[in-house]
Design a protein around this ligand. Structure first.
Ligand SMILES: Cc1cc2nc3c(=O)[nH]c(=O)nc-3n(C[C@H](O)[C@H](O)[C@H](O)COP(=O)(O)OP(=O)(O)OC[C@H]3O[C@@H](n4cnc5c(N)ncnc54)[C@H](O)[C@@H]3O)c2cc1C
Ligand code: SF4
Length: 340
């Protein structure tokens, strides 16, 4: 047990000041990820700042027909909200595809998108990991890569390079939020600002330890869901090693509008394939304005996955994810164009 101090500030602004002023401090929400990391020694903070009661636990209608979700709303509450089930099925489905009922009752909308990778080497403090300890190397290269990235990675990453990381982002909800063009409301030490989810996450670049563009002390206070165009249909599909309680090998979040057999609007994101929820911009571009046919869906999916760089590994590598992602993307688009 490594001792740490615990604080319950009076409000969100005080929490932000407290964490921003102490490089050894972290926020705690539902604790379903952070507490595991405290036990494993992956996180070793000197101060834990409880924010669970400091942000809203409401899902509120916004003037433009969207929703504002307070950061303290639980995953279970959001998945059960009738407005979310009716207007944003992709989000309700993504939430219900994650973890277990008990975990979803604790996990929060602020904490879920900021959970850390499930890379087994990241969680094992006895082996090198650039994300956990910058500059030590990446144990995943050539190791067990079934859950690792195929997009946004170099052709042959070097295990010893300080910038190498082939981990994937584990949040299901974040994939749906990227496809929905959702925005995070962030309170920082200097200002409050809004960050589109698509811009919140980052590729490893030269610093794999950073998953997002957030600075130390930035607190997510709410998430805004913009209204979808009239007639839009949406869905989330997650492919995993077992039917529940497993992270995505590949997942697809899709929002689709079809008028007179042609795609008028489409937004696609992939999970389980990259360091961040992957916006499938090439597939969107290929589909927009074209026919809503299976052939067009397949061509668009293949265009997106053309940039994939599967990794070799002790477990046979993760090349299987390329056809899996193509098939899953096509299947979701077919589902969304099926007669109801
Ligand atoms: C066995 C198991 C299976 C799981 N399966 C899945 C799955 O299939 N899909 C999935 O998506 N998730 C899964 N999860 C992860 C789970 O959904 C996350 O742990 C949870 O959503 C995190 O939310 P939390 O409120 O508990 O965050 P915490 O654990 O409290 O915090 C997570 C991180 O976010 C930071 N943080 C928390 N709130 C804020 C905020 N408002 N602003 C800024 N920073 C903040 C914390 O400092 C910490 O770094 C699983 C977890 C477990 C243990
Ligand atoms: S893939 Fe990333 S998280 Fe996993 S061992 Fe390599 S550097 Fe660490």
């Amino acid at each position: 047990m490594r001792p740490f101090a615990f604080a319950r500030p009076a409000d969100a602004a005080e929490a932000v000041r407290t964490v921003a002023g102490d490089s050894d401090a972290v926020f705690l929400a539902g604790g379903t990820n952070l507490v595991d990391h405290l036990k494993l020694g992956v996180a070793r903070p000197g101060l834990v700042v409880d924010v669970r009661t400091l942000t809203s636990r409401e899902v509120a209608d916004t003037g433009d027909g969207g929703l504002r979700v307070g950061a303290a709303v639980t995953n279970s509450e959001l998945a059960a909200d009738r407005r979310v089930r009716e207007r944003y099925p992709v989000l309700a489905q993504a939430l219900l595809a994650g973890a277990s009922g008990q975990l979803r009752n604790m996990a929060t909308i602020g904490g879920n998108p900021l959970q850390r990778t499930r890379c087994v080497y990241f969680q094992d403090v006895t082996v090198p990991c650039n994300k956990r300890e910058p500059g030590t190397g990446c144990s995943a290269v050539g190791g067990y890569v079934r859950y690792h990235a195929i997009l946004g990675v170099p052709q042959a990453p070097e295990a010893s390079a300080p910038e190498t990381c082939i981990a994937t982002h584990p949040s299901d909800m974040a994939v749906a939020l990227v496809a929905l063009d959702a925005r995070a409301q962030v309170l920082g030490p200097q200002d409050a600002r809004e960050i589109p989810f698509e811009q919140l996450y980052r590729l490893p670049g030269d610093d794999p330890s950073r998953d997002t563009v957030l600075e130390h002390g930035d607190l997510i206070t709410a998430i805004d869901l913009p209204p979808l165009p009239a007639g839009a249909r949406s869905a989330y599909r997650k492919v995993r090693d077992r039917a529940s309680y497993a992270f995505a090998l590949v997942s697809v979040a899709a929002v689709l509008n079809v008028t007179d057999g042609r795609v008028t609007d489409v937004r696609l994101a992939l999970g389980g394939v990259a360091h961040k929820p992957w916006r499938a911009a090439r597939a969107e571009e290929a589909l927009r304005g074209g026919p809503a046919t299976v052939d067009a869906f397949r061509a668009a999916a293949e265009a997106e996955l053309a940039a994939a760089k599967p990794q070799a590994g002790l477990d046979g590598g993760n090349g299987f994810k390329v056809p899996l992602a193509i098939r899953t993307l096509v299947a979701v688009l077919r589902e969304l164009t099926a007669e109801t």
